[in-house]
Write a protein that binds this ligand. Structure first.
Ligand code: TXA
Ligand code: MG
Length: 360
């Protein structure tokens, strides 16, 4: 298959409009289009065409029980996806949509099983990226899309990542430049009495709780809990049980005393004949001695670290890192989203170094 690639920087030029119309046409005919959102690139199909959605799994090499997120471009589009209107959804929609929040709702009978993986719930998100919004509207209002990476690779934050993973496997790629958020949306499950965070993202549980609580009587205020990672991985968000975001090199997250972290990493690099990569903060990067050193941003700037992380992981692969040692970035990570992705990329491998150099 030949993949059309169109660059779009502003949505209202004649060229951009033509490219979006062409992409919408492909979707309406059952094809696949990769497109930018503010979080990561998505691989889209018309959500109401089962056979088109089936092609997403083929193109990604994705296990077929892992459900897709339906992307909409107006809150009213919820009506076709879910039967009972939940007041909590409208409150969250008002506060966070368009934006990086996905809600899990009881599905309507019309949503294809191919989208929900046979569950009685559906994931819905209203992205803020102008290209995504224009495309969704032009294509009829409902695009089912997972992240546009091959299964097991980091989610794409640049069109080049999508091209690397999916060229020749999809009909069209819309290149909207680098994504601004960089990590996938927060997923909140609203199918039970207590809202539950299934996947942390840059919108945090506390913010969500605050919005849900404002209009409730205090004693009836809904709670927001973070699903225990293990529980979520197995039952709740089926996708969380698969290996995710894994770079080719074996990755270890190193946390603890700042100076001792640097000493520890330099010692590991000096004592190894493998190609060692270090994922560093701007503040510490000058102090490392290793084969590949890439800074992911300032230790105190979560938005910057999130925006760059997946590109850094891919860069480590491109530069042949066989072992990756990564700072933990906890100072900036108020929502837990960065720690969650580092845990997944590292398969949970971590080392803690005390101020006296003791290693735990
Ligand atoms: O930011 C994002 O959410 C990006 C962009 C493209 O919108 N999309 C994304 O999709 O990250 P994906 O497929 O890579 O991740 C979707 C996650 C998976 O872990 C999946 O299991 C979960 O959402 N999910 C989908 N439907 C679900 C449902 N009904 N119940 C629970 N989890 C669900
Ligand atoms: Mg994904």
């Amino acid at each position: 298959m030949r993949t059309r690639i169109a660059e779009i920087r502003e949505t209202d030029t004649p060229e951009a409009k033509a490219a979006i119309a062409e992409a919408a046409d492909i979707l309406k005919r059952g094809g696949l289009v990769a497109f930018p959102t503010e979080t990561v690139y998505g691989l889209g199909a018309d959500a109401f065409r089962e056979e088109a959605c089936a092609r997403i799994y083929e193109a990604k090499g994705r296990p077929s029980d892992n459900p897709l997120i339906v992307h909409i471009a107006e809150t009213a589009a919820l009506n076709r996806l879910t039967e009972a209107a939940d007041p909590r959804v409208l409150r969250l929609a008002e506060a966070f949509w368009p934006g990086p929040l996905t809600v899990i709702l009881k599905r309507s009978a019309e949503v294809p099983d191919r989208v929900t993986g046979g569950l009685d719930t559906v994931a819905v998100r209203f992205p803020s990226h102008p290209v995504a919004r224009a495309l969704i509207l032009a294509a009829g209002g409902y695009i089912a899309a997972p992240s546009a990476n091959r299964s097991g690779r980091p989610s794409p934050t640049k069109a080049a990542h999508v091209i690397e993973d999916l060229e020749g496997r999809v009909d069209m790629i819309l290149d909207g430049g680098d994504t601004t958020v960089g990590l996938e949306s927060t997923i909140v499950d609203l199918t039970e009495t207590d809202a539950r965070i299934l996947r942390p993202g840059m919108i945090g549980g506390e913010e969500i709780a605050r919005v849900l609580q404002t209009t409730e009587a205090a004693e009836a205020a809904p709670k927001v809990t973070a699903a225990k990672e293990q529980e979520a991985e197995i039952a709740l968000a089926p996708g969380m049980k698969y290996t995710h975001y894994a770079p080719k090199g074996e990755m270890t997250v190193v946390s603890g005393d700042k100076e001792q972290v640097i000493l520890y990493i330099n010692r590991r690099a000096a004592g190894s004949d493998k190609i060692i990569g270090v994922i560093a903060s701007d503040e510490n990067a000058p102090f490392y001695r290793a084969d590949v050193i890439i800074s992911c941003g300032s230790r105190t700037d979560a938005a910057e670290i999130a925006q760059r992380l997946y590109a850094v992981l891919r860069e480590m692969d491109a530069r042949g890192a066989e072992e990756i040692l990564c700072e933990d970035f906890t100072e900036a990570d108020s929502t837990g989203a960065i720690a969650n992705r580092l845990r997944k990329a590292s398969g949970g491998r971590r080392v803690f170094v005390e101020a006296d150099g003791t290693i735990r």
